[in-house]
Design a protein around this ligand. Sequence first.
Ligand code: AVI
Length: 323
Amino acid sequence: MNSSALALDQAQADDRADFQEAVLAGLSHVPRAIPPKFLYDARGSALFDAICELPEYYLTRTETAILQKCGGQIAKLAGPHCALIEFGSGSSVKSRLLIEALPDPAAYVPIDISRRHLDATAAKLRGDYPSLKVEPVCADYMALTELPVEVSPARRRLGFFPGSTIGNLDPGEAVAFLRRTRRLLGPGGALVLGVDLKKDPRRLHEAYNDAAGVTAQFILNLLHRMNRELGANFDPAGFEHEAFYNAAEGRIEIYLKSLRPQMVMVAGRRFAFAAGERIHSEYSYKYDDAGIAALARSAGFTITRTWTDPGRLFAVIYLNGMP
Ligand code: AVI
């Protein structure tokens, strides 16, 4: 086995150990909870891509349409020769809109935890934009305090955090992440942030309870993942996906709910579930103008410009770091 295959093997073993530790801690905790980042194994990522295409899931479509419209204005604010840094880049679909709009960008730095995703995406981008320097960083952007790569000399670092992923962080985590990001972007840095807006709760409910049941499969995949990777014996038919809008907290809450009393083994440990008992799997916070302003202020950003769609479903915000 060559050294890069060995490193990949080691990385996989580390990922599995992290997953096991988080699951055992999360299932022992009251109330039970497993961090949402574990929803995204290969199958979970494919299911999330399918969610983005659903008629009920307006977020991706709406944000893309806003970026298509405001790309030129973002480019004007950012100016020439900026380094575009994307947090959680996945397949970098939306960043292409900015790469194409920005005048002579110095570099594109996609940051993603999945090495395979990152390498494949970087290769495609280099093919499509031969003059663009693509400098991928394989890291958990939530834990990143500085860039581990030499970014080509750039006039400004422009961060990009689309998709309402900020909504999956609780408000304290969101402020902490934005503060770290502001520091990482440095003096003169700016951030383009995608935020899902508060709206008719029925619309929100439908977006997380789609008729085709893809969101349910996405959440239930966590049980399959624990069976596959941790030798667990969850019966996925013994659980259901539960998602609802909590208006007081301004968030969608998503759980796996046990449909009957049952005993489950995970990594050699036994867990008893009562009928109706839940495992929390995700929050998805929704913001209004005041909430966005408070978030930006607490993290040391000023809002330079906000773009929304005609139905005010989603917002793309250009934030400048306060000096
Ligand atoms: C990735 N994130 C922004 C999605 C959301 O809308 O909160 C995750 C998701 N969970 C269920 N559907 C979509």
